[in-house]
Design a protein around this ligand. Structure first.
Ligand code: S3P
Length: 167
């Protein structure tokens, strides 16, 4: 099966939904952040602190090319995957891209001030980052799922329906 690539801002549910989708479709689950942590042997906060965001983005772009290099995978990306133009191209060629769309207020209640997320320190900058990216998620997506008011089961149903309609 064609890869399914989940995109969206921090806290939108890429990991939870990604794992469930992989189970349901008997596909392999990949997480870009985990791939980076394993290949660099550092945690995401350590990378940001010691090597800086630019270096993290280099690792992220490389990880994306690696994990999209085979099929039958569900791939959860990090919220900043849309920051670089080259990634938009890799996403487009790498599989069906699904944007899990959630309001910024809800995202903040889920992911705000998370010590494992260096870019979720305060609401004002979180909101600013969200605003700067939202059009890019839409641009990169083949399918947009408004998940704000859906639980996990309903989100999975909506994704299945959208994938069937797409075929
Ligand atoms: C980031 C999101 C994080 C992680 C890193 C940077 C971002 O992933 O890649 O902290 O720039 O939005 P999640 O979206 O899984 O939290």
């Amino acid at each position: 099966m064609n890869n399914i690539i989940l995109i969206g801002f921090m806290g939108c549910g890429k990991t939870t939904i990604g794992k469930r989708l992989a189970e349901e479709f008997s596909m392999e689950y990949y997480d870009i952040d985990t791939f980076i942590e394993e290949s660099t042997k550092m945690t995401i906060p350590e990378i940001f602190q010691k090597a800086g965001e630019k270096w993290f983005r280099d690792q992220e772009a490389f990880a994306l090319t690696c994990v999209t290099d085979a099929t039958n995978r569900v791939i959860a990306t990090g919220g900043g995957i849309v920051e670089r133009d080259e990634n938009l191209e890799t996403l487009k060629n790498g599989g069906t891209v699904i944007y899990l769309k959630v309001s910024v207020d809800k995202l903040w209640t889920r992911a705000g001030k998370d010590p494992n997320r260096p870019l979720s320190r305060d609401l004002a900058s979180f909101r600013k980052l969200y605003d700067s990216r939202k059009a890019r998620y839409e641009e990169a997506a083949d399918i947009v799922i408004d998940t704000g008011f859906l639980n996990v089961d309903r989100t999975i149903e909506a994704i299945k329906k959208a994938l069937n309609t797409e075929e």
